[in-house]
Design a binder for this molecule. Structure first.
Ligand SMILES: Nc1ncnc2c1ncn2[C@@H]1O[C@H](COP(=O)(O)OP(=O)(O)OP(=O)(O)O)[C@@H](O)[C@H]1O
Length: 239
């Protein structure tokens, strides 16, 4: 579903933020992308989503090279960025309808999905209000609901748990799992190692721009005596 082949990104000709990453995410998988601050997670996600171009390498989404056919590649995924920046002079429901229009979601499907996601996230009552009255968490939940409306093949989220209360974080985890169970694929970055350990099929770990592990949690931990957090701290201690 998602393939990265020898992908690198150098900023300002000297700063190598991502260094020769190769990775394959299969249909139906949920992958957690972890790494210390500045390791290259957001840069990688921005390349996957076509926001910035890699300096080297190839990225394919559902078999489509995003640098060669960006519009076709973008039809296959939805993305929730790490900051919920969103047009804020419009109402929540107008934003969701805009997203549904962009992805040709039928009237019946959008009604059902808007209700399902926004009721689960407890923002349904606020949809007729303008987004500038929303809290950070409400904006985040609106963005997530909008991204899920198209039932994307690949769901990409950058630090999605930040700013969510425990109830909303639980809802998001359930939605991510449900999305995979229905055949979708989820790729998300997180500093929440416990969430990653409990939720993900596999974990990809990046450190100083290099992919230092990509495997099921049990293999990364090597022994069940350790938590993912302990192994992470050990593997990334040379900051
Ligand atoms: N636009 C940019 N220009 C120059 N350097 C950048 C730019 N964006 C990111 N970097 C640098 O690239 C490296 C990787 O940054 P990135 O934001 O991808 O890390 P991250 O893993 O997402 O970090 P965090 O967990 O703190 O969000 C950092 O050293 C950062 O300073």
């Amino acid at each position: 579903m998602l393939v990265l082949k020898n992908v690198s990104k150098t900023y300002d000709k000297t700063k190598k933020a991502v260094d020769d990453i190769s990775l394959e995410v299969k249909k139906g998988e949920i992958i957690g992308f972890i790494g210390p601050n500045g390791a290259g997670k957001t840069t990688t996600i921005k390349m996957i989503t076509g926001i910035i171009a890699p300096t080297e390498g190839v990225i394919e989404i559902n078999g489509v090279d995003i640098s060669k056919a960006p519009v076709d590649a973008k039809k296959n995924f939805a993305y929730v960025p790490d900051h919920p920046t969103i047009f804020d002079a419009i109402k929540g429901i107008d934003y969701l309808n805009f997203m549904a229009d962009m992805y040709d979601v039928s009237i019946e499907d959008r009604k059902e999905r808007v209700e399902k996601f926004t009721k689960a996230f407890q923002i349904y009552h606020a949809l007729s209000q303008t987004i500038n009255s929303y809290s950070h968490g409400m904006r985040q939940k609106l963005l997530i609901s909008g991204a899920l409306l198209s039932n994307p093949k690949l769901f990409i989220l950058d630090e999605p748990m930040v700013g969510l209360d425990p109830h909303s974080a639980r809802v998001l985890k359930d939605l991510m799992r449900e999305h995979c169970e229905k055949g979708g694929t989820v790729f998300f970055s997180s500093h929440g190692l416990e969430v990653v350990e409990n939720l993900c099929d596999r974990v990809a770990m990046i450190h100083k721009g290099k992919l230092i592990a990509c495997d099921v949690v049990e293999n990364i931990k090597q022994s069940n005596d350790k938590t993912l957090e302990e192994v992470f701290l050990e593997m990334t201690k040379d900051a």
